[in-house]
Design a protein. Sequence first.
Length: 147
Amino acid sequence: MAITTAMCNSFKSELLQGLHDFTSDVLKIALIKASPSGTYGAATTNYSDVTGNSDEASGTGYTPDAETLTTVSVTLDPSGTAYVDFGDDAEWTSATISADGCLIYNETASDKAIAVIDFGGTKTSTNGTFTVQFPTPGPTTAIIRIA
């Protein structure tokens, strides 16, 4: 099916309801396998959307529901844009994995979806390090930003 890079619509509403705290909640990232059967993007609401379709990646060095984003911070830029810095890239070492995208979700808030990222094609590692490299954080570059 398809993966489209988007901040999840449900996340936007949940943010205004106070369901996400980026300074204390446990945020995770899950890889979406190559050629997934489901469609992922703005309408994705939960990590279970991926697992329910059996679309989470699998392979040596990859454990489902295990990769925590550990250095998350929130910045308010002088321009008035708030953005999230994930600090460290997500990495799986000694891994043999193929993935077309990923889901960032909030484990603390019942695995609610935050954002879907399309890799623009299948990315593969073969007994090496599979890395999801986050862009340099900033008011125009961060994956999650509110202007």
